[in-house]
Design a protein around this ligand. Structure first.
Ligand SMILES: Nc1ncnc2c1ncn2[C@@H]1O[C@H](COP(=O)(O)OP(=O)(O)OP(=O)(O)O)[C@@H](O)[C@H]1O
Length: 265
């Protein structure tokens, strides 16, 4: 398996603040990573580096076989699918779901190219079906619920057939049912061998879709633990990541965490 992402001693500093602290991380083809951490841990910063949206202050970043700093990021970015709140903000509310997904193949947000191939339309429909929102194809983005928007964004991110898929908190703002539906969809994608290498950022272990293979845990910009999810995602590592004693449960590939109760002797 070849490396899709290779970070060596990557740090990002802004003034006195250390956003990422010597992160070394390799994502290989076929792997599905969850990045866990508290608010402000550096997850979004890590994803921005991985998506060639931000250069590190120090360290080396390899993305899809190219060394960041020696390659034109505009050649690199179309090979990476991104779904995040920042991307969603730039989506025009009056564009239809179908156009939004189909136009991704030309990497333009909010601009309508006159002609798209039948092939593009068919692929967009397949993706909308895969993420369970084909029935919304002719609605405008602005009329969708938060959960529906997340699904459309994922279809859009997959439209270019990316070699790397980056999902920044896809379940944020969803209700319980919406979260569960999205976790199922992401699980189907995770088990699909044709899906690209994927990195999903989350605050909550409950949002980890079955089929995700690896975890990276961040605290204050530094890696607390990383590796295959089974042995790496432990109560100890999670407690260190969130800075409080936590109990962790796993059932059928799903995780749940809560604060450890104090027992009085
Ligand atoms: N330009 C900046 N100057 C100083 N600090 C910054 C700057 N940009 C981000 N930070 C800080 O860096 C830290 C990491 O931010 P980041 O958005 O990567 O965290 P996160 O783990 O994604 O957080 P959240 O879960 O809240 O989205 C935060 O404490 C943030 O306030």
């Amino acid at each position: 398996m070849s490396a899709v992402l290779e970070l060596a001693e990557v740090s990002v500093r802004r003034g006195q603040a250390i956003l990422l602290d010597r992160v070394t991380w390799v994502v290989k083809d076929g792997e599905r990573w969850v990045v866990l951490g508290a608010n402000g841990a550096g997850k979004t910063t890590l994803l921005q580096v991985a998506g060639a949206q931000m250069h590190p202050t120090s360290g080396a970043v390899g993305i899809l076989g190219e060394l960041l700093g020696t390659v034109d990021v505009f050649d690199l970015r179309p090979r990476i699918g991104v779904a995040s709140a920042a991307v969603a903000e730039r989506i025009p509310r009056n564009e239809t779901v179908r156009d939004l997904v189909v136009s991704a193949s030309y990497a333009v947000l909010g601009r309508w190219r006159e002609e798209y191939d039948d092939l593009d339309h068919r692929r967009a429909e397949d993706l909308l079906r895969e993420v369970g929102v084909m029935r919304l194809a002719d609605r405008t983005f602005g009329t969708l619920s938060e959960g529906e928007r997340k699904r459309v964004q994922i279809a859009r991110a997959l439209m270019t057939d990316p070699e790397l898929l980056l999902l920044d908190e896809p379940a944020a703002g969803l209700d319980l049912g919406g979260r569960e539906d999205l976790v199922s969809t992401l699980s189907v994608l995770a088990y699909d061998p044709d899906s690209p290498a994927t990195v999903l950022v989350s605050h909550h272990v409950e949002e980890i879709p079955p089929g995700f293979t690896h975890v990276l845990m961040l605290r204050d910009g530094a890696v607390v633990a990383q590796g295959p999810i089974g042995p790496t995602l432990t109560a100890e590592a999670l407690s260190a990541t969130f800075g409080m004693p936590l109990v962790l449960e796993e059932h059928d590939g799903r995780y749940a965490a809560r604060r450890k109760r104090h027992h009085r002797g």
